[in-house]
Design a protein around this ligand. Structure first.
Ligand code: NAD
Length: 487
């Protein structure tokens, strides 16, 4: 760690050492608008060194037993958990999210990512068949692939980065990871714990910098045979193009435009608080957040009235205040982009019922230059409006009415994305029927964001390619071989 003029200066972590970079990018505290950190602006040279370190570490790491690797992952989980408060404070400052969210979601899930894969790696079994007439048995073996390139976004920084690092190294790969240039601090903090956890030098390398320079250098590197990416659909298209000449294995977890479908027999006492969370948690900056709420006409007015009244109670302000529900958005540019969606909806004749442009922000003096926005509810938006079609990724949700099951399925599926959906009804037959017909990688009925990491996570259509989870990540991060023995 280096400290200069009170700015935090990060360094790349390559081959077990912190290495300064020749140039740096400013990183902002979203809740004050001040530059508080310098992030290495890495490029080809740094990526080259990191890939070499990862390649050199591969023979030893890949030959360790799953049990040995599991113990190291568990130790790392313990160390992060021990420092949970420091990690949560850093994540909140770097990303703008509330301290409460960082304490209860981001960092606990980071710890759990390592514990989960430390355990799941011990429980995989491979297939075996017998062909008695030929005197043969066939079986499959799985081996780590090599150096994995891992690229993650800014919304759940350490949570999503470790959702990739943990399975990659549990399977015996070594990694070069690149977090978002906007949220690099907690990944750098984690590097300080790797040696103590027993992670050998070169197994985890972190190169900080932009997507255009560091990200592309990693994606294009010939010695990186697999890339796991979480981020926007646009970037995924670029990564697919750039990696195509090398025929790389890709896992792509992308954006969403997630519907909530609320039937007139829904239990609104459960549905309203959960749909508020699914719309506004983490400032709406979660790929799984709801941004299109379809409410059956009979309960539309009542739902809207109660939903807006509750949304107005969400407190927006200083993320380090534990009573605050909505922190700052990631950047000035992103705030502008989200605000523009609200303006476009208004220009199209939609009604903004609360939040942006309707209610006044009340911020403490130290946060006046931060990137804040109130939870915003828009009604009477046309399905073809950009607010109903494009990912906004902010605290904005649209509420519209529907009449029939058939109609709402068609409308919910009428976007290019297919990541997550929620269905609210007390009719068991209906929730199964609707869940089966939604074009969505995840469907939650009468709940939201309840995850079992054993099961596949990922999106359909423009929301992604591939799935992550116990079995899916194991398959992605290993190469399978079929062996036949004649006796
Ligand atoms: P982004 O695509 O702009 O950036 C994601 C990462 O890719 C960053 O580390 C960035 O530096 C890097 N990158 C950018 N250009 C690159 C390039 N040409 N080559 C290689 N790397 C490059 O996304 P973002 O704005 O950081 O994150 C928000 C997006 O992520 C939203 O669309 C959101 O829905 C999505 N997301 C998806 C999931 C999921 O699991 N499906 C989870 C969280 C976020």
């Amino acid at each position: 760690m280096a400290q200069s003029k009170a700015l935090l200066v990060l360094e790349n972590f390559i081959g077990g050492k912190f290495i300064p970079c020749s140039s740096y990018i400013d990183s902002y505290n979203p809740s004050t608008g001040d530059v508080y950190c310098k992030v290495p602006d890495s490029g080809k040279e740094e990526v080259e060194a990191a890939v070499k370190a990862a390649k050199d570490a591969f023979p030893i790491w890949s030959s360790k037993s799953p049990w040995e690797r599991s113990q190291i992952l568990n130790k790392l989980a313990d160390l992060i958990e021990h420092d949970l408060e420091a990690f949560a404070q850093a994540e909140s400052k770097d990303q703008g999210k509330t301290i409460t969210f960082a304490r209860t979601v981001d960092i606990p899930r980071t710890v759990y990512n390592f514990r989960f894969f430390a355990s799941s790696i011990l429980h995989h079994i491979t297939e075996c068949t017998e062909m008695a007439t030929m005197g043969c048995v066939h079986y499959t073996s799985r081996a780590p692939v090599g150096v994995a390139g891992l690229i993650s976004p800014w919304n759940l920084p350490l949570y999503l980065l470790t959702w990739k690092i943990a399975p990659a190294i549990a399977c015996g790969n070594t990694v070069v990871a690149k977090p978002s240039e906007m949220t690099s601090v907690t990944a750098w903090m984690m590097c300080k714990l790797l040696e103590k956890a027993g992670v050998p030098d070169g197994v985890v390398n972190i190169v900080f910098g932009t997507g255009a320079k560091a990200g592309e250098a990693l994606v294009c590197h010939p010695d990186v045979p697999l890339v796991s990416f979480t981020g926007s659909t646009l970037t995924a298209q670029r990564i697919t193009e750039k990696s195509a000449p090398h025929c790389k294995r890709l896992s792509l977890e992308l954006g969403g435009k997630n519907p909530a479908i609320i039937f007139d027999d829904a239990d609104l006492s459960q549905c309203i608080p959960t749909t508020l969370r699914s719309s506004f948690a983490n400032q709406g900056e979660i790929c799984l957040c709801t941004s299109r709420i379809f409410v059956q006409r009979g309960i539309y007015s009542e739902f809207l009235k109660r939903f807006v009244a509750e949304a107005k109670k969400w407190k927006t302000g200083n993320p380090s205040d534990p009573t605050v529900d909505v922190g700052a958005l990631i950047s000035k540019e992103h705030l502008e982009k989200v605000r523009n969606y609200v303006k476009k909806a208004q220009a199209e004749g939609a009604r903004v019922l609360c939040g942006e442009g309707v209610d006044a922000l009340d911020l403490p003096p130290g946060n006046q230059k931060g990137y804040f926005m109130l939870p915003t509810v828009i009604a009477e938006v046309k399905d073809e409006s950009c607010c109903m079609q494009e990912e906004i990724f902010g605290p904005v949700t649209c509420v519209v009415a529907f009449d029939t099951e058939e109609e709402v399925i068609k409308r919910a599926n009428g976007v290019k994305y297919g990541l997550a959906a929620t269905v609210w009804s007390s009719n068991v037959g209906r929730v199964h029927r609707v869940a089966h017909r939604l074009q969505s990688g995840l469907v939650w009925t009468n709940c939201w964001l309840v995850r079992d990491l054993n099961l596949p996570f990922g999106g359909m259509k423009a929301s992604g390619i591939g799935r992550e989870g116990a079995k899916d990540s194991y398959e992605f991060f290993t190469e399978v071989k079929t062996i036949t023995i004649k006796h």
